[in-house]
Ligand binder design. Sequence first.
Ligand code: SIN
Length: 319
Amino acid sequence: MSEQKIVVLGTGGTIAGTSAQAGDNIGYTAAQVGVGQLLAAVPGLQAAARGALWAEQVAQIDSKDMDAAVWLALAQRCAQHLAQPDVRGVVVTHGTDTLEETAWFLHEVLPSAAKPVVLTCAMRPATALAPDGPQNLLDAVAVAAAEGARGVLAVASGKIYGARDVQKVHPYRVDAFHAGEAGPLGWVEEGRVRLAQDWPPAADLPAQGAIESIAPAALWPRVEIVVSHAGASGALVNALVRDGVDGLVVACTGNGTVHRDLEAALLQAQSRGVRVVRSTRCAEGRVLPKPGDALPDSQGLSPVKARISLVLDLLRQRG
Ligand code: SIN
């Protein structure tokens, strides 16, 4: 068989960010440096890949601006590369801000997730005094090349996370990610992977990929997230329903509870055919459903990930 390779897909983010003033950690512009240049700046990357490296720029954006069109383009490139027998895995360089959403989208739609797709990022731009991107990239490539690695993963600050649980929990700290009660899948130490848990179980991988059949971004259903909070009302939901929203995810208080005024509007929206899903705004844990719940829960997904699953569900329903 020909030499195995790791494909690195660039999408932008702080890992590719630069500031006019060297050492500025917050006044920088994300998504400035090409993925080829990022790879060239990391000594030892080729050795970590245990084979060839191939770089491709899929997008160049600040991930706060992530959208369906970029997700589709990225997922299609991942699927095409993963289908090649000589590709061992894919690494995606990405902004930290919506990394967990992209990870969950890829988890939901990729057909070949039996190979690893490893998202990585940085909290400091490439021009920082101590950029974290190069080490994260090196670690991500080591994970993509690791024996048995599979599924959609995220690697940052020496930790490996699964797509379901990874979450950005800090706006500034270099160690900005967490996997809540699930904890990290493992660590990368001096290029070696040490697992605390197994790679994501086969049952968690999508049985068959959906990417080929997903509608163009312009045809995606509109799903919005609303938050239940003290003093909440139904005004936002009513306006969204009037505006033709297809689905609503509610970031609920505690165990899926909703302010009574907001709840009344949600129930009315549901009776008019809008799909409503309850998640929790708590940082950890999941909504525990009770018999007779009028609004379904998100099966443990955070509000932003529940939104992605609801979009895909609505697309499947439309056929
Ligand atoms: C982004 O998400 O693209 C910018 C912020 C970051 O990567 O930390």
